[in-house]
Design a protein around this ligand. Structure first.
Ligand code: MGD
Ligand code: MGD
Ligand code: SF4
Ligand code: MO
Length: 670
């Protein structure tokens, strides 16, 4: 055997979309490492993937290798291996039976972030569209309020700035994102190395905040107030761009009339950020050209839609849109690279628009017996979704036919009737498009599939066939889809060329966001206020919102991304667990003293939904009044519950989206 190197791409839910090399030595040893030549990665992959892709992801003793069928009571996690034929024919029969008696909507499907490659992440939706299954809208557990707010204001939410335009910006403002965890290479190479003034708005002093010139450490849920206080300062300094407003914006009057009372001193009182910092940040941003990165953290609040609208005022008021080096980014969608999502998802296969529910309603929905079947693929709802105890109980319903597809046994597969083994991204070809950079990357089959595992798309092709469905779109091959997608994106680009390069930029030179001021709103302008917001359940205009602070000595619970996990993924890798140690609840010294807690004390975190026990860590990066527990990690060895046990599934003010950062808890000695 010769040494071989295959260049591929990480397709996980991460801004970075790293380039990777799969190196096989002459003696057959395989190492997955970062691609030093990759534009974002520039060396090693992140520490979690470096461990997991050389650990559990390739370990046949940990991976699912064969279809499994439940034996014993629901939820006990007892299974026996069966053949693919047995599994598929039984599943097909059960699903067809439900379709013919109750209709496809009695089948519920949930999916999300397992893999974000185009085919494995989206193609299975063709199957569900065809059978008319009810979808649990994935974005409702993550970022839907922010998407909807930006769509109402700017007409779309997935056409952000091009990070390459950093070369001519004068200010970087990162609001409610933590690249040091959620985008580690962008933090290291894009953010930290830039010499322009950098501002971070975040309750936590994480590594990106610490690397900034200004850190506005606001109290959670006060973003609306902070944005208005900044606008007050901007207006006071004469930096509102009236010519831009006149040409491209409607509704500024509704904002201007609210500014007088929102002085920076008032802002300090409401947000906890010193007035001096509010002013300095406001003026630095307003002078521009400035790039605004709108993270996903600050819209996961009960007033998250309003918060997004308020922060979204800054580019419009200062004219930081439509010119090189300015703009905002929430996510960059595949549409920015020309991909037709409706084609990938087979939207035309759905007779009626597929019914959809929010993750916030999932547990309640599953309790009712009008849902007869559940298919969970690419996600781990028993770890990631709210109302964890109620959800787990609902998953124990004996009359709910549950098929789970994953690489591993997870919290969710434990409740399934059938568990189907998915192939990992290292095992098949696909296409990856970063949601930060304007890149197109090849995911290249580098290793044989483990056991009998199949890519998501192949599982759904075989299931469709077994169910007797015959629409051509359900059987389109990976090679055909890759060909079509690349042709849509960049005519002439073949998979062979892409695989050789690993990653290409598209467009080749930096794009200017909204360069043509072609806003896809009803008026064709940026809309700050108007009837469409009222129709969506919001006030006519955004306002300087601040959520009520917790009362009775309770703390505000934040549970953002951990550096060591990807949502719940990697929580099963022993080396990663060793690095993580036990899961902790981090609080400030002020709260620790008040509550009589020390480093290492086992504390009880409780609210009216549930309670869990965690060890206390004292960390002054966390402000007083806040408790920080990273998402995804189990609460304690052997316990099935994590921080989502305390999540009531309250909705934000927009799009039935989550408010996971608006949870209050009491913290006491256990
Ligand atoms: N408390 C709290 N909860 C949160 C959040 C928070 O901030 N705080 N964040 C929320 C957010 S932003 C999100 S996006 C959700 C994410 O929630 P999920 O989408 O549930 O994310 P994971 O827990 O990583 O689950 C992904 C699963 O997909 C599997 N997988 C990986 N590759 C493949 C594949 O190719 N095929 C298949 N079939 N499976 C695969 C992985 O093994 C893993 O079990 O969690 C939400 N939950
Ligand atoms: N390592 C790692 N990377 C990940 C993930 C992971 O789990 N682990 N998850 C992936 C997923 S699914 C997503 S959606 C992205 C999300 O990545 P980001 O957009 O970075 O969002 P989060 O990490 O959820 O939260 C970002 C920040 O929001 C802050 N925050 C919380 N409440 C407020 C508030 O009221 N106001 C303000 N201004 N800030 C607030 C938190 O303190 C946190 O630092 O990351 C992806 N990348
Ligand atoms: S998870 Fe993100 S940082 Fe880690 S290898 Fe994948 S793309 Fe890179
Ligand atoms: Mo997410």
């Amino acid at each position: 055997m010769n040494n071989s190197v295959i260049r591929t791409t990480c397709p996980r839910d991460c801004y970075d979309a790293c380039g990777m090399l799969v190196k096989t030595s002459a003696d057959g040893e395989v190492r997955v490492v970062g691609d030093p030549a990759h534009v974002v990665t520039q060396g090693a992959v992140c520490k979690k993937c470096s461990i997991a892709y050389n650990g559990v992801w390739r370990d046949p003793k940990v991976r699912l290798t064969r279809p499994l069928k439940r034996r014993g009571k629901k939820g006990l996690g007892l299974f026996e291996p069966v053949t693919w034929d047995t599994a598929l024919s039984d599943i097909a029969e059960r699903l067809n039976d439900i379709r013919s008696t109750l209709g496809g909507q009695a089948i519920l499907q949930t999916h999300y972030t397992g893999t974000c490659s185009l085919i494995a992440g989206i193609f299975p939706l063709r199957f569900f569209n065809r059978i008319g299954a009810t979808e649990v809208d994935p974005d409702t557990v993550c970022n839907k309020a922010g998407h909807r707010a930006l769509q109402l204001m700017y007409g779309e939410s997935t056409r952000g700035f091009d990070p390459r335009t950093i070369d001519r910006t004068k200010c970087l403002l990162v609001w409610g994102a933590n690249p040091s965890a959620s985008a580690p290479h962008i933090h290291q190479h894009w953010f930290s190395k830039s010499s322009v003034p950098k501002i971070v708005v975040d309750p936590i002093r994480h590594e990106t905040a610490a690397a900034a010139d200004l850190h506005l450490q606001l109290y959670p849920g006060t973003d609306g107030a902070l944005a208005f206080a900044m606008l007050h300062a901007i207006a006071g300094a004469g930096l509102v761009n009236q010519a831009f407003l006149d040409a491209h914006v409607i509704g500024w009057g509704e904002i201007e009339s609210q500014l007088a009372s929102c002085t920076p001193a008032w802002g300090e009182q409401v947000t906890g950020v010193p007035a001096r910092l509010i002013e300095e940040a406001a003026l630095t941003y307003a002078r521009g050209p400035s790039l605004l990165w709108m993270g996903q953290g600050f819209q996961r609040q009960t007033l998250g839609g309003n918060a997004m609208r308020a922060v979204g005022l800054l580019p419009a008021a200062t004219g930081n849109v439509g010119k090189y080096g300015s703009g905002f980014l929430y996510l960059n969608g595949w549409d920015t690279r020309g991909v037709d999502a409706a084609y990938l998802a087979g939207a035309a296969l759905s007779q009626n628009p597929a019914p959809s529910i929010s993750h916030m309603d999932l547990a309640g929905h599953l309790e009712r017996n009008d849902t007869k079947a559940l298919v969970t693929w690419n996600n781990n709802i028993a770890a990631s979704s709210p109302e964890q105890r109620r959800l787990r109980r609902a998953l124990e319903r004996e009359d709910l036919f549950h098929v789970a597809i994953d690489l591993f046994k997870t919290d969710t597969t434990q409740f399934a009737d059938y568990v189907l083994p998915a192939a990992s991204f290292l095992e098949f070809d696909d296409v990856v498009m970063s949601y930060f950079s304007h890149t197109i990357s090849a995911q290249v089959a580098a290793l044989p599939a483990i056991g009998e595992a199949l890519p998501n798309q192949e599982i759904f092709r075989r299931l469709a066939e077994t169910m007797g469905l015959n629409d051509r779109e359900l059987f389109e091959s990976d090679a055909e889809i890759i060909g079509t997608v690349l042709e849509q994106a960049k005519p002439g680009l073949t998979f062979e060329t892409l695989a050789r390069a690993g990653t290409v930029f598209h467009p080749a030179s930096p794009a200017v966001q909204f360069e043509r001021h072609d806003y896809l709103t009803p008026s064709g302008k940026i809309e700050l206020a108007g009837q469409s917001f009222v129709d969506a359940g919001l006030p006519l205009a955004p306002y300087p919102s601040a959520e009520a602070r917790p009362a009775n000595g309770e703390l505000r619970l934040l549970s953002p991304a951990s550096q060591w996990l990807l949502n719940s993924s990697y929580g099963n890798d022993p080396k990663i667990l060793k690095q993580l140690g036990c899961n902790k609840a981090y609080i400030n010294t002020v709260d620790a003293d008040r509550l009589g807690l020390r480093n290492g004390t086992v504390a009880r975190l409780a609210n009216d939904v549930d309670e869990i026990k965690l060890e206390i860590g004292i960390a002054n990066d966390v402000p007083a009044g806040v408790v920080l527990v990273y998402k995804g990690h189990w609460s304690e060895p052997g316990s099935p519950f994590n921080i989502n046990a305390l999540n009531a599934g309250r909705k934000s003010d927009l799009a039935d989206s989550c408010a996971v950062h608006s949870i209050n808890v009491s913290v006491s000695i256990s």
